[in-house]
Write a protein that binds this ligand. Sequence first.
Ligand SMILES: [Zn+2]
Ligand SMILES: [Zn+2]
Length: 594
Amino acid sequence: MTNQRLSDLFEQMADIMEILDEDRFRIATYRKVARAIADCPQDVAQLAAQGRPIELAGVGKSSLQKIHEFVHHGAVQAHQDLLGRIPPGLLELLNIPGFGPKSAAAVWKHLKVETLADLQRVIEDKSLETLAGFGPKKAESIARGIQFLAAAGHRIRLAEALALADLIVGQLRTCPGLQEIEVAGSLRRGCETVGDIDLLAQAADGGKILEAFTRLPGVQRVLGAGPTKASIQFAWPEICNEIVQVDLRIVPAESFGAAWQYFTGSKYHNVKLREIAAQKHLKLNEYGLFAAGTSAEKSSAKKPSAAAKSLAGRTERQIYQKLGLAYIAPTLREDRGEIERAQKNKLPLIVELKDIQGDLHMHSPASDGRHEVAQLVEAARRLGYHYIAISDHSQSSAIANGLDAKRLRASIDAVRTLNESLKRFTVLISSEVDILMDGSLDYPDEVLAELDFVIASVHSGLTGPRQRNTSRLLKAMDNPYVNCIGHPTGRMIHVREPMDLDMELILHRAAETHTAMEVSASPLRLDLNDIHCRQAIDAGVKLVINTDAHDTHGLGQMSYGVATAQRGWATKADVLNAQPLRAVRAWVRQKRPR
Ligand SMILES: [Zn+2]
Ligand SMILES: [Zn+2]
């Protein structure tokens, strides 16, 4: 649980020492220790507390001493000393993408920048761009980085929010008397980031559940606790570094569906539902659906008196039904046309996790994957899949140990041999081939022709101008062997901005060339995002929802991609890997020269 915190501490010591221009061997050592702790599967602090040996590569005696110090005193003197030597606001600057300790040292030393506000000032008065090593271009990119940071706010990524919610719900489920507990809010709608976590519960004795909630391990602060609601600040560093607000409401059974609907939102969806209710002379709120003019409406308190008779409220379905609407799945509730469709009973039949037949993007140890193909097959079988594609990196991705044509051929042979021994399961041989700067591909066509499925991805030069980025993708799609564009915009949530692309042009060409667009299910990517998914479907483009797994655990992240595709209104027919293998093969054949 504290591995991350310990690792961050060593990383921060290295950062500060780098700002102070101290011995670079010690800096490198601290960074190595930080990584070793972060990668260690055991809880290092726990080992230390129990007096058990800690065996981490590159961790020497003095670092071990610091780990023990942290476990026993909750702080490390050397870290405290370093903190005392720099202005406290300086470390915040390191969160700006592309702004490292050397930059921080330079602006501190030469421009007396000590805070984010100071940095913004020297960008505005242009003194930053005159500083050696900066220049107008870098200053502009830093300004964008600051904006990006501000926009990211304190929202946490979907996968982390779900993991935190699962942890909390799992513990509350053990409370006696709990009858039902559900997640609401943007988390239930599958939004890519989540501001806070909303939970609803129904219980014989709500007070007991709320009390247990405010005393959960991980509670940093109780923000408020009343008879039917409590709010906490919760942290669980093993899952996520942020502190998250979690609200729990206790709701009676007769209005559970109404509350669940209300607190799931979105705000805009709910506004429209209330308008529809009003047109029918009804009133909708978190307690239920009521006839307008009953005491529910007249009462100054929002909560209806016993006299107000609820027309619906026990389930969400009842509410939608009484409003004359088909049931709307939570991932669609954004007021993006779903209500009008529900009125005509013409909602899209959105793709579901159970529809997924295979995963067409994953890495084996031949490039940068951690598990052997046979292990990936096993894991995919457990998920109920019928096929996977092994898509290792191509030669230009040197950092990811990309394969040259010779190593790729060896991979092809190995996969073909493995396939002969498999029953009712197929491993396709693929490649995640790099799209080079000029839009050409990292393998010649005769190599690509040997593959069953080709993903083309951009891994470098993502910050280029729109026109160049766009033409790179257009040219790649024109290649008859390219079946899919991998993680099309290259964005990483809270880490890296998307490439500047003319998405309309790209999607038009994708439809024309029979090239699918990937929805990367990797929680950091979710790329295409929901908006672009919808745009792709409207343009007649097929989607492929892939995990881009680098180990068997990664294969289990498909649900995040499915949620994103659902939010983009994708049906089963829109998703290539929701089809049987022969349909995938036919799709590939359609584009290839005969
Ligand atoms: Zn990639
Ligand atoms: Zn990949």
